[in-house]
Design a protein around this ligand. Structure first.
Ligand SMILES: [Zn+2]
Length: 230
């Protein structure tokens, strides 16, 4: 029989979530529902009408209000015994992120841009904390879990943020159900980290294409010349 994936209520396992858009909403809801209720939410944005189809924590009545504040209210309503901290800021520097990484058991990168993704990767390496990375645009998404200096990091795979301007969700569009799919899978990685379960999604990039229905797991390996983890 495999190891239990039921989180234990007594744990002090806490998670910091970077980005409270679609992926962040879904991860937070899934974690709270699963019993992981010590969360720190980071996002500078306010709720916009165009967010609502893919960001299930927010309602039309929330438009114009800070996402982290609304998210904390909804998550607390789901689980009044939870502890939800909020940071309504745009994390752009290691000085901002490292203290948060060091005070949490796990980081979730649910951001929407490459600069933040690489910053999260580097903060994971600097703090030694595991990172669950996820991204979703259009009909395609991906995720991977990074155990610093044990498994492949983002820089092992991509080296550095691309120079080209990549379309944002706002520009490219995104299908709401894709966010649910990738977000749930990211939450499961957090639950595995909390329960100590084996078979983390490490040294692998899981890609999901909702247009074809195909999931692929691309094998990765730490690179001896990685600019991040060597
Ligand atoms: Zn690396």
């Amino acid at each position: 029989m495999g190891q239990s994936l039921v989180p234990t209520a007594t744990t002090d396992f806490n998670v910091v979530i970077l980005g409270m858009g679609g992926l962040g909403s879904v991860v937070a809801m899934a974690l709270v529902a699963a019993g992981i209720r010590r969360l720190t939410l980071i996002d500078a944005d306010c709720v916009a009408l165009s967010n609502l189809h893919r960001q299930p924590l927010y309602l039309e009545q929330d438009i114009g209000q800070r996402k982290v504040e609304i998210a904390a209210q909804r998550l607390t309503a789901m689980a009044p015994d939870g502890t939800i901290a909020t940071h309504p800021l745009r994390v752009e520097t290691m000085e901002q992120l490292l203290p948060l990484a060091l005070t949490h058991a796990c980081m979730v990168d649910a951001s929407d841009n490459f600069a933040t993704r690489f910053l999260a990767n580097d903060a994971a390496l600097a703090s030694g904390r595991p990172l669950v990375h996820g991204a979703a645009t259009g009909l395609k998404g991906q995720l991977m879990t990074i155990l610093p200096f044990q498994s492949s990091c983002l820089r092992c795979v991509f080296d550095a943020p691309p120079d080209v301007q990549v379309a944002t969700c706002q520009e490219a569009g995104i299908l709401g159900p894709l966010v649910l799919e990738i977000g749930w899978l990211m939450a499961i990685e957090c639950i595995k980290l909390q329960t100590g379960a084996a078979n983390l999604l490490t040294n692998a990039l899981l890609t999901v294409n909702l247009e074809t229905g195909v999931r692929r797991q691309i094998a990765l390996a730490r690179q001896s010349d990685c600019s991040g983890c060597t």
